[in-house]
Design a protein around this ligand. Structure first.
Ligand SMILES: [Zn+2]
Length: 334
């Protein structure tokens, strides 16, 4: 074996081992392998000045920046939806911080008659770390989501305090206390269809608002923002996209990216998953080390998406073992 291949092998083994450590798994939403010490919150209050927009009848959307977590955005990188009902709002996801959740809550209380219930689409912290502002209301999620929130909440908090600093003031993980499941639901006169899917994570809830025909897709769909793959299973996610395609909604709110009435997010998310899977499979087939695959960068067609190249780098770090297992032959009949 040449010195170069030894070097590559060492790098590959090191990366694969790092991806399997509990600490790294817990931080997978951020894709940061380093361990962070929490930064004490400061008393200074920061405001997001969130601007909900009614994108369909009774469907209010707060659109997040198409970026990764950063002090400049305070974690406001995720889409939030509030559905108007006669009993108050159905709040779908609560943002990255207590402050963000509090602003969402204030809008629901001031404009939508309060909060009927809160739903968390999946366990990534930008979707539920604002739950603390709804501690007096019912908060539900799929059972696997609630369990994952409890399991990874403290690790997520450590990372977010390190990245967002004072934006995180007062924030502590509050996993959903109730569970929900696939099926039809009626809340305050509003008919919803809940779809229990997976692929982006082990449990991804999508919601079809039957009254307006709007699909609230959670992170199963991204638009003009690189999909987040650290917890992804490509094959299962692609099957979930097939299910969403059958719904033919009148409009779609992706987890990240703009509201739209076409199938743009569906097509773009599918193309991104297929291209990234092919790119990393090819890299593994070529015997590249993860660091070399990272250096190659995202597929050119997706290099300009929001949150790239950061998301692509996270994909290599967290999904490399899958591709390596596929690419490398078993030795000695083991
Ligand atoms: Zn996510």
């Amino acid at each position: 074996m040449s010195p170069i291949s030894l070097h590559r092998r060492d790098a590959l083994v090191g990366m694969a081992a790092a991806a399997l450590t509990p600490t790294t798994a817990g931080l997978s939403t951020f894709g940061l392998g380093a361990t962070f010490a929490p930064v004490p919150a400061r008393a200074k209050t920061r405001r997001y000045d969130l601007r909900p927009v009614e994108v369909a009848a009774g469907v209010w959307m707060i659109e997040g920046a198409r970026e990764v977590f950063a002090p400049a955005n305070g974690g406001a990188i995720v889409n939030i939806v509030l559905l108007e009902t006669r009993q108050g709002a159905v709040v779908i996801d609560t943002g990255s911080t207590l402050g963000m959740g509090a602003e969402i809550r204030a809008f629901a209380d001031d404009r939508l008659g309060g909060v009927a219930t809160v739903v968390n689409t999946h366990h990534h912290p930008d979707h539920w770390f604002g739950n603390g502002a709804f501690a007096d209301r019912q908060i539900v999620a799929l059972p696997q989501t609630a369990a994952a929130c409890a399991q990874y909440g403290q690790d997520f908090a450590a990372s977010l305090y390190a990245i967002l600093g004072p934006w995180m003031s007062g924030t502590s993980p509050l996993p959903a206390s109730g569970t929900t499941e696939a099926g039809e639901a009626r809340i305050g006169g509003r008919a919803l269809r809940l779809l229990a899917l997976s692929g982006h994570t082990q449990a991804d809830l999508a919601i079809l608002d039957q009254d307006s025909g709007t699909l609230i897709a959670g992170d199963l769909l991204f638009l003009d923002r690189a999909p987040s793959l650290p917890d992804a299973d490509y094959g299962i996610w692609l099957k979930a996209l097939d299910r969403l395609a059958q719904l033919q909604p009148s409009g779609t709110v992706p987890g990240h990216g703009g509201f739209h009435r076409s199938s743009a997010a569906l097509a773009q998310t599918r193309a991104y998953l297929e291209a990234t899977r092919a790119r990393l499979t090819q890299a593994a087939d070529l015997g590249l080390a993860p660091i070399e695959a990272m250096s190659a960068g995202p597929a050119p067609a997706f290099a300009a998406l929001g949150a790239n190249p950061e998301e692509y780098l996270r994909s290599v770090i967290h999904r490399w073992a899958d591709h390596e297992t596929e690419a490398l032959p078993l030795v000695g009949g083991l």
